[in-house]
Design a protein around this ligand. Sequence first.
Ligand SMILES: Cc1cc2nc3c(=O)[nH]c(=O)nc-3n(C[C@H](O)[C@H](O)[C@H](O)COP(=O)(O)O)c2cc1C
Ligand code: SF4
Ligand code: SF4
Length: 299
Amino acid sequence: MLKDSIDTIDRLTVICFSPTRTSRKIAEAVAAGMNGTPGGTADYADASRQIRTIDLTLDRSDEPIILNSDGAVVLGAPVYAGRVAPEAVRRLRRIQVAVGASVPAVVTVTYGNRDYEDALVELYDLAVSLGLSPFAAGAFIGEHSYSTPEVPVADGRPDTLDLADARIFGGQCARKLNSSGAFAPFHIKGNRPYKEPSRPVSDTSRTAQSSSGSQAKPAPSVPLTADGCPLCGECVRVCPTGAVSIDLNVRKVLTDPTLCIHCCACVRACPAGLRTYTTPFTAFLHEHCSARRDPETFL
Ligand SMILES: Cc1cc2nc3c(=O)[nH]c(=O)nc-3n(C[C@H](O)[C@H](O)[C@H](O)COP(=O)(O)O)c2cc1C
Ligand code: SF4
Ligand code: SF4
């Protein structure tokens, strides 16, 4: 049985899926705030010594992650098309709460300054279905996966202000855990049933419209590698789904479109800047979603 409140947080565990690392940064900053780390810039590195991070981005195993009641968890996942990224849902489903244990949870989603729609309620519901006890939720902003230096969308986020907000929210979470009625129902923005999952942006049905109303060309289905690639293998290493491989016979980087989730981890990681994912959706986002949005939290 869950107590009405929790006096001390013995251990904090961040569990995240985060191809371009923004969801991880947010979840770790929230955990640092829960741990009582003071505000300021990036000072949560100290506190992270007491915080365990289980980053599932490159972990494709099916092994269960069993949680005992020795602390709280902070879940972090990106928003894809107004929902929790499906690959994040798959990986977080490995979480199991040990029999008789009760594990308080904070759920966080990170989105690219467009909208998070039903993702936060979806992550809350997922946490409940896994046997966790979510008591706080927050939607934060991260640089959009499709952002480029030429066509930026929420570039540089989460920034200092976002991380400070995440830590402040973490402090509020810790105080809520210590108060009576910590696990009473609370409101989270979003709808049930959730919006229908949309097809990938590479589908012709989702071609972006320019401001003049004309339809742009559909995006390529996977990132492309320009000529001159030295085959360093970094894109292979960072791909969460194993979609990238190197064919040494033809000396080319290959990408399996059936595995690619368009997360752009490989694009960000390419040290030569040769890997690109050019989608007309980026210009659409730049044009319509550049006004700064702020984190929204629910306790
Ligand atoms: C396939 C895909 C769909 C996305 N859909 C949305 C969306 O609906 N709303 C939004 O604001 N950002 C959207 N984004 C941007 C990501 O939510 C954002 O960049 C996030 O910070 C990425 O998290 P990560 O760094 O943990 O990978 C999408 C990104 C991808 C790759
Ligand atoms: S990371 Fe870039 S340079 Fe390295 S193999 Fe991949 S595409 Fe080529
Ligand atoms: S190949 Fe696709 S899934 Fe793999 S890192 Fe690149 S964008 Fe992500």
